[in-house]
Design a protein around this ligand. Structure first.
Ligand SMILES: [Zn+2]
Length: 65
């Protein structure tokens, strides 16, 4: 049994946390999470998406075209 907030899993990939990168398992996951915040598209699990926003952004990734 683990108390909430301790010994949990990485919020990005659900692997066991690393104390050096908690609450993440690795620098990669920490960077991923930071990147989401910087992009401003961090999604709260369970929260419904805003209508007309955030579902699919045509110019989200210009490298695709
Ligand atoms: Zn992870």
């Amino acid at each position: 049994m683990s108390p909430p907030g301790e010994g949990g899993s990485c919020p990005i990939c659900s692997k066991p946390r690393d104390t050096k990168f908690r609450p993440f398992c690795s620098k990669r996951c920490a960077d991923l999470d930071l990147g989401r915040w910087l992009r401003g598209d961090y999604a709260i699990p369970g929260a419904p998406p805003s209508p007309g926003e955030g579902l699919s952004d045509p110019d989200e990734d210009p490298e695709l075209n």
